[in-house]
Design a protein. Sequence first.
Length: 79
Amino acid sequence: MRQLKLIWDFRGPDAAKIAEHHLIHLKEYIVAENLELNITGVEHLNDMHSLAFLVVLESNMRKVRDALKPHRGQVYNPS
């Protein structure tokens, strides 16, 4: 089954701190909802743009999307 990367973008001078904090809540959600995957992270794209992400199975995407309202998503390709 495909894995999808749900992404929350944060912009501005505090973007990195906000993304790191959001990651805490994503990890809490994984435990609370007993999700099958435990792939999360933060990416710092530049001084003014960071993102937090959560990887879910395609079968769980709608449930997680509706609950957490990610800004965007893409197919996850681990490298």
